[in-house]
Design a protein around this ligand. Structure first.
Ligand code: SF4
Length: 385
């Protein structure tokens, strides 16, 4: 039987060489199934799944794809994930998909949706207009109507009707997937010496590329072994990592942050796959519950526009709740939502006297020495203060 270490190293290798290959291979084994690519951060996967299709996270191309064509469609000062995602399309690496979904996280992502629509006429390209006003009495009705429009589009693509029962079954599956990911995160928060961030990331990221039932099986295999681990804690500082909600840091960079002397207790990586801290209700109207979950029961992020509570308060609450010693902001280069937030976070963290460090990364990074040295210096300044 494979140990959890073998399982993780098997998937890590695939994710580092070509992240989408897992989904491509799955499609080869299930040629009749339709797959819909989901650009981060947040997609209601249940709607796609209830139409009998498989949502697949298209979260950039990592650092192994040369950008040769996408540069001509976008300006140079833009985040890497936008260009690498377009490059995947222009080099026919997204041919295995039947559709792509984008949504209103930022201007580059909005433009990417339009560029996809123009360049790939055979692909269903959808765009979700999430509400910018979370406090209006009409917001929930608006979001339900937006989801109904999406459902019609998915029904046309799949040829299947999205029934309430099918939605409830999909909610149940994704609830279970999110519950198991929460369990994984809880292990790392309570005993970070027993689960590294890279392991946690690999086990979560695999779930963006496979159907939820297959990911659930992987997590059910891994979790009991992870619970049995009993490693001795190292002399490291404990941090909360913030700012990597969309473009993904290279796995080697995450490795480097920890070996530079940090235990990462919580992060916002892949937040769209673990958006809800509680189960979505399955009673009554499922579409209303999915809409309500986004509006009222989802965690904050740099791209959820919600003025009811400042994001800096959420970050400070997370810092206090985890018992961390510091905050590490890890933002993608040219990511306006993350870097605008940093200005607000910095002021709030300074006011609270919380040590923090801000680093920028790109998914296409190959060299991590500078980031590692900065973190080592930061860690030493705290350990030997
Ligand atoms: S990395 Fe930032 S700027 Fe780029 S698409 Fe994502 S949210 Fe937008």
């Amino acid at each position: 039987m494979a140990t959890v270490e073998n399982l993780i190293s098997h998937y890590r290798e695939q994710l580092e060489s070509s992240p989408l290959d897992l989904a491509v291979d799955w499609k080869k084994q299930h040629p009749d199934k339709k797959l819909v690519g989901c650009y981060p951060v947040y997609t209601p996967f249940e709607l796609i799944h209830a139409a009998g299709m498989v949502p697949v996270g298209v979260i950039g191309a990592g650092n192994r794809l040369e950008i040769a064509h996408a540069d001509s469609r976008f300006q140079s000062f833009i985040c890497s994930i936008v260009k690498s995602t377009l490059e995947l399309g222009l080099t026919e690496r997204l041919k295995f998909l039947d559709g792509m979904v984008f949504h209103s996280i930022c201007d580059p992502a909005r433009n990417l949706g339009s560029v996809f629509k123009r360049n790939f006429p055979d692909l269903m390209v959808e765009y979700i207009h999430f509400p910018q006003n979370m406090t209006s009495a009409h917001t929930v009705e608006y979001l339900i109507s937006e989801y109904k429009r999406l459902c019609e589009s998915y029904e046309r693509l799949s040829g299947a009707k999205i029934t309430d029962d099918a939605l409830r079954k999909s909610i149940a599956l994704y609830n279970e997937q999110r519950r198991l990911i929460r369990e994984l995160y809880a292990i790392r928060k309570e005993t970070p010496q027993n689960l590294s961030t890279v392991e946690c990331y690999v086990l979560t990221r695999v779930g963006t590329l496979l159907p939820p039932d297959e990911h659930i099986a992987i997590l059910r295999e891994a979790l009991p072994e992870l619970h049995r681990r009993n490693e001795k804690p190292k002399d490291r500082i404990k941090v909360v990592l913030e700012g990597s909600f969309c473009e993904q840091p290279p796995i080697e960079l995450l490795d480097g942050l920890e070996s530079a002397g940090c235990y990462i207790l919580d992060d916002d990586i892949l937040i769209g796959w673990r958006w809800f801290p509680e189960d979505i209700s399955m009673d009554g109207d499922p579409l209303r519950h999915i809409a309500d979950a986004y509006l009222n029961h989802s965690v904050y992020s740099g791209v959820k526009h919600d003025t009811r509570e400042p994001k800096s308060k959420h970050l400070i609450d997370k810092f206090k709740d985890t018992g961390a010693d510091a905050v590490l902001i890890l933002a993608a280069k040219f990511c306006e939502p993350a870097l605008f937030d940093y200005a607000l976070y910095k002021r709030a963290l300074e006011k609270e006297g919380i040590p923090h460090l801000c680093l920028e990364f790109e998914e296409k990074m190959w060299i991590f020495d500078k980031a590692r040295t900065e973190v080592e210096t930061f860690v030493e300044s705290m350990l030997f203060d």
